[in-house]
Structure formats: structure tokens, C-alpha cells
Design a protein around this ligand. Sequence first.
Ligand code: PGA
Length: 255
Amino acid sequence: MRTPLIAGNWKMNNTVAEALELVECVKTRVLGVKRTEIAVAPPFTALYAVGSILKNSNIRLSSQNVFWEDKGAFTGEISPLMLTEIGCAYAIVGHSERRQYFGETDESVNKRIKAAIACGLMPIVCIGETLAERESGKAMEVINTRLMGALRGIDQDGIKNIVIAYEPVWAIGTGRNATPQQAEEVHRHIRVLIGDLYGPAVSEQTRILYGGSMNQENAPDLLSQPDIDGGLIGGASLKVGSFTAIIMAAENASL
Ligand code: PGA
């Protein structure tokens, strides 16, 4: 039985004041949530303050990225150690916006994942195809390349500390989510691939989240698919009502 995970990716949104207000509201609304793991990924400036409020709560802290060295001359980067020190449990790695705008590659994603795991930080590894790739029938091929690239050199123990997020690029921030059937097809494919690499027991334990315009309306159908184990939520995680409704949908789907 996999514990569902609903993670809010706030991207470059919310000042510290706004972040605290949002997370305080979410925290009180989800007090009764028992079966679903919840995480929020504020921007770096708000991580420490949000983390302080989340201590002893059922919401875990995530960063939106992580570097692969512990310290040194790497202007603008944040190390795994710095993140675990302030209570981060998760780090989003390889988000398509990082790949598209900041030159992230399968190779750099792989390095970030390895460094995160070594430090006890669980990477949420994002993979997904563009619209052009889907329309030319290459979606599964792209998924294979992204996944194999991300997992290169990661062993049986490592994979147990990784969460995968399937995020079709054409669905991110567009209001056009993958249908539950489209998403399930790719999630199933990812699980089979992980089974080929690490065996069926590991693949049955690996959590695979869906991300891309998930909202309170489409969440119940998406989250009730057998291989969809939660969501990585962008826009809808910035509003208390929609984010908590998605969390409740995960709670209900896991009954
Ligand atoms: P979205 O973003 O929910 O706004 O589509 C998801 C993501 O980018 O993780």
C-alpha cells in the first residue's frame, strides 16, 4: 500500500508574509488528514519561516531544487545539507521549467538526485513530454530517456527514497490536464520500467505523482487511478480552498 503524497509547488510565488498566511490556513484545515502525506515547496526566501511553522505538523517541507555539492563557490545554488538543516524532507528535482529555462539536463538532474538521497532528502523527480513529442508519438520514448537518465547509477536502496512525478509539459499551467486514462497509461509505463530496473517489489512501492493542471475538479478522477499515487500541484496549491480539496480527494481515494 503506497501512502499518497500531495505536494504544492509554489514556484516563484508568495512573499514571506503571504507564505506564512497561506501555510497557517492550510495547516489548520488539514489537521484531520491521516492517510495522505502533504508537502509544500515555498520559494527559498520563505523556506525557513514556513519550516518553523510546520514543525510538529502533518505538512512536510520541500525545496524547489537542490544542488549536488555540500558547500563551496557555487553562486546562487543551495546545498542538500542547507535544506535538511532547516527541516526539508523533499526537494523537487528536474522540473520542466528548470529544464526549459535554466539548462537542466538529465545529467544534472541525476547528480542532484544522488546528492539529495545521500543527505536524506527525498527527491521528487519530474519527467514528462512536450506537446510536440506527444503528437509525434514519442511520449513513451521521452519518458524512458528521462527516467533512465535520472536513475543512472542509483541502486535498490536509492530508489526507495525517490518519488517520481509525471508532468506532461503541455499540461503544466495550461488548464489542460492529462485525462485520467492518458495519465494512468504513462504511470503504468513508468511502474513497469521501474520494475524492469529494480524488480516488482520496489516498483510496487514507488510513488508516482501526477502534475499538470490538477485542480479540485479533476483530482478525484486522477487520484482514483491505480498507478497515480498523488499530485504535484502548481497553481491550485496557492489557494487554501483548492489545495485542501485536492488533499481531501487523495484521502478519499485512499480509502
Ligand atoms: P500546475 O503546475 O498545477 O500549475 O499545472 C504543476 C507543476 O508545474 O508542478
